[in-house]
Design a protein. Structure first.
Length: 383
């Protein structure tokens, strides 16, 4: 099939910043794109060839959207999986598969998947309600501190709580969830794996993720990760095995913990471009977005080698009350060498909303990190 300057249509569910960055490469290749998002002003709204307002979780909206597209992909997991399954059964190409999405949408199913496939992850137990947790606690079956996770609809650290006391347990929402061991984390790292239908596979360099302790959001991504070559090899092995178990086509971002005992555990995965791969635009020979397109269209995968080390700094809203966004001091960074600003195009800023990111490259990662941390202090996203 000819994808370039042709009648071919790539359908993308979700029109946020991940979609927007995918679109840059679709434009470069002159691949026709059709995007659906519930927000008429979503970052992709002005850039997609065709932009449809619709509910990504609604069966009919997804079916109607996909009717005249050739390949379907996503930039968000929370989409109607029944519709995608129906489309697959009727011969449409859907990457990631409905099966993968169904497993990933539910954190309990996701953990069960790791267990079933002998993939390393922290010990856990699934619960159907709060009473069941309290009963287990009273029977001495839950050791605190532990980590509670809502089975469904968690994102950006929402739906995750550290529990230290019985009172913490009692204040949890009454919903399907899991409780897992609180891991003594030395470092959080991520490996983005790409695979295509021809069974080609490639991993992006292991990166280190630093989180904001209050918001639980990724604050910095550092490439390469400062880890031993032994741990690096293990991280690639685990990430590749995970992607193979899912029979993943497209990208699979594998978030991993390195424990205090130098053990590697899988935290969770995302079958799409990921925040831990934004720096690949500047740091790698092929960006994660280019690679995702190549993977889902079964083109040869690009070279994931690192061109230059770098750090990515997330720009998130700091204002409590939603309002028109203002990027304070953003002009000052333009005079610093190696700095690229990415502004997602969300008009309203609110607390912890991801609004943009900055990538800083430097031949010396330490120097990039130093500049990145200064920039984080300098720029304020407010209303
Ligand atoms: N078992 C655990 N032990 C210790 N810390 C944990 C554990 N699970 C999660 N965390 C911490 O909470 C963070 C968020 O957890 P997780 O990635 O599962 O949630 P999420 O809502 O999907 O977040 P995001 O969308 O930002 O990836 C992790 O990156 C880690 O810092
Ligand atoms: Mg996560």
């Amino acid at each position: 099939m000819q994808f370039f300057s042709s009648n071919f249509k790539l359908g993308i569910l979700g029109g946020g910043q991940l979609g927007k960055m995918l679109l840059y490469d679709c434009r470069r290749y002159d691949i026709f794109t059709k995007i659906m998002d519930p927000n008429k002003n979503a970052p992709c709204s002005k850039i997609a060839d065709e932009f449809i307002v619709g509910d990504l979780t609604n069966y009919n909206d997804v079916i109607n959207f996909c009717e005249n597209v050739d390949v379907i992909t996503v930039e968000i997991e929370n989409v109607n999986v029944d519709a995608l399954e129906f489309l697959e059964n009727n011969g449409k190409k859907v990457f990631p598969s409905s099966n993968t999405l169904r497993t990933i949408q539910n954190k309990s199913k996701q953990k069960d998947f790791y267990k079933k496939n002998n993939l390393p992850t922290s010990a856990y137990k699934n619960y159907i309600n709060l009473d069941a947790i309290i009963n287990d606690f009273n029977a001495g079956k839950i050791q605190l501190p532990a980590v509670w996770k809502s089975a469904e609809f968690g994102y950006d650290g929402k739906g995750v709580k550290i529990i230290n006391t019985l009172d913490d347990i009692k204040s949890l929402p009454n919903t399907h969830c899991l409780i897992e061991d609180k891991v003594e984390i030395k470092k959080e790292i991520s490996v983005i794996v790409s695979r295509n239908e021809n069974k080609e596979e490639a991993c992006f360099p292991v990166v280190e993720m630093e989180f904001n302790p209050t918001s639980n959001l990724v604050e910095y991504i550092m490439c390469p990760a400062d880890i031993s070559s032994d741990l690096e090899t293990q991280a690639y092995e685990i990430a590749l095995k995970t992607a193979q178990c899912f029979n993943s086509i497209g990208l699979l971002a594998v978030e991993l913990f390195i424990t205090k005992n130098n053990e590697i555990l899988i935290n969770e995965v995302a079958p799409r471009p990921h925040n831990s791969g934004h720096h690949t635009i500047e740091c790698c020979l092929t960006s994660q977005f280019d690679q995702h397109i190549r993977s889902v269209l079964n083109l040869s995968l690009g070279d994931t080698g690192m061109k230059i080390p770098g750090i990515m700094v997330n720009l998130v809203g700091e204002n409590e009350i939603e309002g028109d966004v203002f990027y304070k001091n953003i002009e000052t960074i333009f005079k610093i060498p190696g700095v690229s600003a990415h502004i997602y195009g969300k008009k309203k800023s609110r607390l912890n909303r991801k609004m943009g990111h900055i990538t800083i490259v430097n031949k010396e990662i330490e120097k990039a990190i130093e500049i990145g941390k200064k920039i984080k202090e300098l720029i304020k996203v407010t209303a």
